[in-house]
Ligand binder design. Structure first.
Ligand code: NOJ
Length: 563
């Protein structure tokens, strides 16, 4: 096996609950996923990343793990899991799973023991988590700090029996583990080895930059700096890298919010012992404005800044070139659907803009990840009732918005635009009931547009979004030498309408010209840039490259120069 196989891997990300229901209980599962591995292979992918499959009360879509050694019953049995891995390997697909190291569910046995002083193992497990005594203000008990969790509420919850607060930087049902405790790390290594022994080829490591906390617990709001990217978290990852990830030849993808050049190289530098690849969010929220009275962070929607997207891709490429490996993707299960977010999901432009986004991303160097449904241009949801949503984050934030003065409609619109549920609705396979996802009513409403947007329909049209993805991802695989291993160079990077770049390989160059707007634009190129380029592909029709290229709304063109 080529040691560097992952550098040109085409990864396909699956959210188990919403991919395909194989046993007709309304929830996706391993039986369903196994049925579709040929579909995934056909698309061009050779790695499947599955969302957390462990036992879980599902407070946060399975990221709240109650038993790391069991397959979640909603997804099937351990036998189903093994069968899926075996079948995937048989057709040349590798499997990576999500590895949740930062926290467990509060229903995990460790936490049950940790929060019950009467338990015989109380001391041992108490120290698996992070606890602080209450503070008192005017005689009233208050939290140790005002730190804000990523889902919008406080990071501390009180356990009366212990007279202490435990830390949870996500939901209150997800207590953070104490990574300073060596026993915790050893337990987690066992978990990793267990799944690798069952055939797993690697992991996407959840919330990797949050493993270390500031144990001085200074007060502050929101206080993110006290639990994000603290230097010691690299030691923990390195320990895993040296002891397991590298010796067992795993593909590892870390998730980390921001990272400086120094940090990025620690994570994925060729001589680093941490991860192979890093998921960062540099390009993901290129349309947020400053916080306002009601909406903060990603919820503060503003105009799209195309140059921010381009600059992020170029920045990451430049940071890592020659020193580490780059990862490209549009969105995952935590983000809005890309065609609604950076494209245009109107009837008029959805299809062409989805293809434009595919052309714009997948000719860039690095390893790529495609998120389920992206390949058919699935859109955001138009839920009208708060009860239609499922994500834990939605409910805290909805309450926050209303308390800060939003009308119900304003709050719902923010959720429709930005919530994570947009990416988590059932996959649209065909035009039969429930989009062919299940025979019974699914756990979450299918997007209303499934009659028009579904895999079957897409597969019947040669120039559909699906066939565009198929063509480009397969090309990416065949021409990895020039694409995945190429050099990236954006042109006109400050421009707010176009997306123009070159990927330069050893025997070919690709030149991409895209229009990110709903207007006709002109892309001007210097004469020297034109020589030797020939038309190769587009979401429109043949057009010769010229010094002034007129691009209609969302058009995208690919030109090739062979040496
Ligand atoms: C990042 C995951 O992608 C997200 O879905 C999850 O809520 C948090 N980590 C907590 O595990």
């Amino acid at each position: 096996m080529n040691k560097n196989w992952w550098k040109s891997a085409i990864i396909y990300q699956v959210t188990l609950s919403s991919f395909l229901d194989g046993n007709n209980d309304g929830i996706g599962d391993f039986i369903g996923l196994e049925k579709k591995i040929e579909y995934i292979k056909d698309l061009g992918a050779n790695v499947i990343w599955v969302s957390p499959h462990y036992s879980s009360p599902m407070d946060d879509n399975g990221y709240d793990v109650s038993d790391f050694y069991q397959v979640n019953k909603r997804y099937g049995t351990l036998e189903d899991f093994k069968s899926f891995v075996k079948a995937s390997h048989k057709i040349g697909i590798k499997v990576i799973t999500d590895l949740v190291l930062n926290h467990t569910s509060d229903e995990h046995l460790w936490f049950q023991k940790a929060s019950n002083p009467l338990d015989i193992d109380y001391q041992k497990y108490h120290d698996y988590y992070i606890w602080q005594k209450p503070k008192y203000k005017d005689g009233l008990r208050v939290r140790p700090t005002r730190w804000l969790s990523w889902f919008g509420g406080p990071t501390w919850d009180y356990v009366e029996a212990c007279d202490e607060y435990y830390l949870h930087i996500f939901s209150k049902k997800m207590p953070d583990l104490n990574w300073r405790n060596k026993e915790v790390r050893e337990e987690m290594k066992k978990v990793v080895n267990f799944w690798v022994d069952l055939g797993v080829d690697g992991f996407r490591v959840d919330a990797a930059n949050h493993l270390e906390k500031n144990w001085d617990f200074p007060d502050g709001y929101p206080g993110y700096e006290n639990f994000s990217s603290l230097p010691k978290h690299h030691d923990y990852i390195k320990e895993f890298g040296e002891e397991i990830f590298e010796p067992r030849e795993l593909l590892t993808i870390g998730e980390s919010g921001g990272a400086s050049k120094e940090e990025a190289l620690k994570y994925v530098g060729f001589d680093s012992k941490e991860f192979n690849l890093l998921i960062h969010f540099g390009h993901v929220w290129a349309d947020t404005g400053p916080d306002n009275k009601i909406f903060n962070g990603k919820w503060a929607k503003s105009n799209l800044r195309v140059q921010d997207i381009k600059k992020s891709f170029q920045h990451w490429y430049d940071m890592l070139v020659g020193k580490g490996w780059n990862l490209i993707y549009w969105h995952n299960h935590d983000h809005p659907r890309i065609v609604s977010h950076y494209g245009n999901d109107s009837l008029e432009f959805r299809e062409i803009s989805a293809k434009m986004l595919a052309i714009s991303l997948y000719f860039m160097p690095g390893t790529s990840i495609t998120y389920q449904g992206e390949e058919i241009g699935m859109t955001n949801l138009l839920y009208e009732d708060i009860n239609d949503f499922r994500d834990v984050e939605v409910f805290t934030e909805y309450k926050n918005f209303l308390e800060r003065g939003a009308t119900v409609e304003m709050a719902l619109q923010a959720l429709r635009d930005r919530s994570r549920d947009n990416a988590r609705s059932p996959m649209q396979w065909n035009a039969s009931a429930y989009a062919g996802f299940s025979k019974i009513e699914p756990f979450m409403k299918v997007n209303f547009n499934y009659l028009d947007i579904n895999v079957l329909k897409e597969s019947q049209n040669v120039s559909s979004v699906l066939n565009t993805y198929k063509f480009i991802l397969n090309l990416r695989k065949e021409d990895a030498k020039n694409i995945s291993y190429g050099a990236l160079e954006f042109l006109d990077i400050e421009n707010e309408e176009n997306f123009v770049y070159r990927t330069i390989g050893p025997d070919k160059e690709y030149l991409i010209l895209s229009n990110f707007t709903d207007k006709t634009i002109e892309v001007k190129l210097p004469v020297v840039a034109l020589s030797g380029y020939e038309y190769f592909y587009s979401n429109s029709s043949f057009k010769k490259l010229s010094t002034t290229n007129v691009l209609k709304p969302y058009e995208a063109y690919v030109y090739i120069k062979k040496y």
